[in-house]
Design a protein around this ligand. Structure first.
Ligand SMILES: Nc1nc2c(c(=O)[nH]1)N(C=O)[C@@H](CNc1ccc(C(=O)N[C@@H](CCC(=O)O)C(=O)O)cc1)CN2
Ligand SMILES: Nc1nc2c(ncn2[C@@H]2O[C@H](COP(=O)(O)OP(=O)(O)OP(=O)(O)O)[C@@H](O)[C@H]2O)c(=O)[nH]1
Ligand SMILES: [Mg+2]
Length: 459
């Protein structure tokens, strides 16, 4: 039921300067009238508070009539609020006990505790924002890199919604035309001009294609670029992992075969998110634990977007060695480690057939050459060439775009082969519905519930 009034603590738990409790719904003002007064005398009538005007005062315990806290109150009256309902915010002191006491007082007066994402769900159900904007708000909060934060911020302004809505409108007007042709078969040929219809279909296919491509090129800015460190035992893989993380995450010893399990950690390099995995050293072994570790290492390398292939500086490297790990030679950086053991001015020798592969010379133990390596990683990831201020669909959007594109390819065939108009209409309706899933216009309640339940409490 959307007509009940909900409340939640909007700020993170724990102690802090200020904590915000938010109430939304029809009963927000009557409830606050039972709790808030602008003098120490007790609660006052709040039904006529002015919207968007901060009021100073006190929160009183609804039964014990004692002061709970000195607060600022922010009324935002429907429809001029985040949810489009009456909203009242209480800006209190952020201590776990005060915040809880105020929230309990509100609940005592008949308000229900909000579910995760419920304020934003109401903003969506009341048409303040569409589903892509709701998802973007959640992405802004959970962003772990500047790049993904920027992408989410663009999406929150409604850029993706505009693109999708535009494409869907093209399909809906096409559909109207085709349905008219079905209803008035005599005028069908005048209503549907094949060339024009094709043009419209192709325009929407192009929009889908563009969205899918952008996802492929840029989704890693949201999800993180998978970077695997691999090489023989003892080359310094774990030392490099720790160096990049700037913490002693992996165990480092002089004993070959120290790392057995796969170790994964997220970092961000110049605002770009990476998920680094430190793998077990690759070699022939009879040790069953090591064998499992090496199997995991291989899987991690297969999944990786980028590979750091480590060698001790001074040892020779061959194309075959790299072939064994990454046959395509793409997205590999050869990392020569332990440069501190080499004479000053040392440069590694690289066979002619692999000179195109980028390389770096470092000392993981001394932390030398790391800045240069980071630069190489960024440049190979092409993250520096990807514009995070563009619209980047997420996986859910991409799947719906694929569904749209496929349905339209069928529609195209039907049109070219002059099949029945009904068949054409079915495909186009399917495509329009798939687009509507992105913005939430045609998404079913299970999808909506799933998306909103992943939000923070109080959002
Ligand atoms: N204190 C506080 N800070 C916050 C929020 C909030 O709810 N409370 N927000 C919550 O997520 C975000 C800001 N989003 C908001 C979106 C709309 C309105 C709002 O009142 N909109 C009205 C009025 C606009 C106007 O009159 O200028 C409207 O759109 O009609 C407020 C906050 C981030 N910061
Ligand atoms: N001199 C020198 N020693 C290093 C350097 N990097 C790592 N080492 C040493 O090499 C040994 C192995 O380092 P690790 O980081 O554990 O090597 P690994 O590749 O993770 O080894 P495994 O997990 O066994 O496959 C340790 O004694 C490190 O201190 C370096 O840059 N210079
Ligand atoms: Mg190791």
């Amino acid at each position: 039921m959307i007509h009940d009034t909900i409340a939640a603590i909007a700020t993170p738990p724990g102690m802090g300067g200020i904590g915000i409790i938010r109430i939304s719904g029809d009963q927000a003002l009557p409830v606050i009238s039972g709790l808030f007064g602008n003098t120490l005398k007790g609660p006052m009538d709040c039904l006529n508070l002015e919207s968007h005007r901060v009021v100073h005062g006190y929160i009183f315990h609804p039964r014990e009539h004692i002061v709970l806290d000195e607060v600022l109150l922010v009324p935002m009256l429907a429809p001029r609020s985040y949810t489009r309902e009456n909203v009242v915010e209480i800006h209190a002191h952020a201590g776990p006990m005060v915040m809880r006491a105020i929230l309990e007082s509100i609940i005592f007066l008949g308000v229900r505790l909000a579910e995760p994402g419920e304020f934003t769900k109401r903003a969506f159900l009341n048409n303040r924002i569409d589903l892509t904007q709701a998802e973007a708000i959640s992405d802004i909060i959970s962003a772990r890199s500047t790049a993904s934060m920027k992408m989410a911020a663009v999406q929150a302004t409604g850029k993706l919604k505009e693109n999708i809505t535009h494409a869907r409108e093209i399909l809906i007007s096409l559909l109207t035309l085709i349905e008219a042709a079905i209803d008035f078969p005599d005028e069908g040929d005048e209503l549907i001009q094949e060339k024009q219809v094709l043009e419209h279909i192709d325009r929407v296919i192009a929009i889908c294609r563009q969205g899918i491509n952008t996802y492929e090129e840029a989704h890693f800015l949201r999800d993180g670029i998978k970077l695997a460190i691999c090489g023989s035992p003892n080359v310094g893989k774990s030392s490099l992992m720790n160096c990049l993380l700037e913490s002693e995450r992996s165990i480092v010893t002089a004993i070959p075969g120290t790392t057995r399990d796969l170790i994964e950690e997220g970092i961000n390099i110049d605002g770009v998110p990476f998920v680094i995995s430190d793998t077990a050293g690759m070699h022939e072994t009879k040790d069953p634990v090591e064998q499992i570790g090496i199997q995991k290492a291989k899987e991690s390398i297969t999944r990786a977007d980028m590979i750091l292939f480590m060698k001790p500086a001074g040892e020779t490297i061959s194309a075959q060695e790299i072939d064994a790990v990454v046959p395509s030679h793409e997205k590999v950086i050869i990392v020569f480690n332990k440069m501190d053991l080499m004479p000053e001015g040392f440069t590694p020798t690289i066979p002619a057939d692999i000179q195109k592969i980028p390389h770096a010379l470092i000392s993981a133990r001394r932390g030398r050459g790391i800045q240069n390596l980071k630069k190489q990683i960024l440049s190979l990831s092409a993250a520096d060439k990807t514009d995070p201020t563009g619209v980047v669909p997420n996986l859910r959007h991409k799947m719906a775009l694929e569904k749209t594109k496929n349905a339209l390819s069928c529609a195209r065939q039907n049109l070219i082969h002059h099949r029945e108009e009904e068949t054409l209409a079915i495909d186009i309706r399917m495509a329009a519905e798939a687009l509507g899933e992105i913005t939430g216009d045609t998404a079913d309640i299970d999808i909506l519930d799933k998306i909103f339940s992943q939000f923070c409490i109080g959002k």
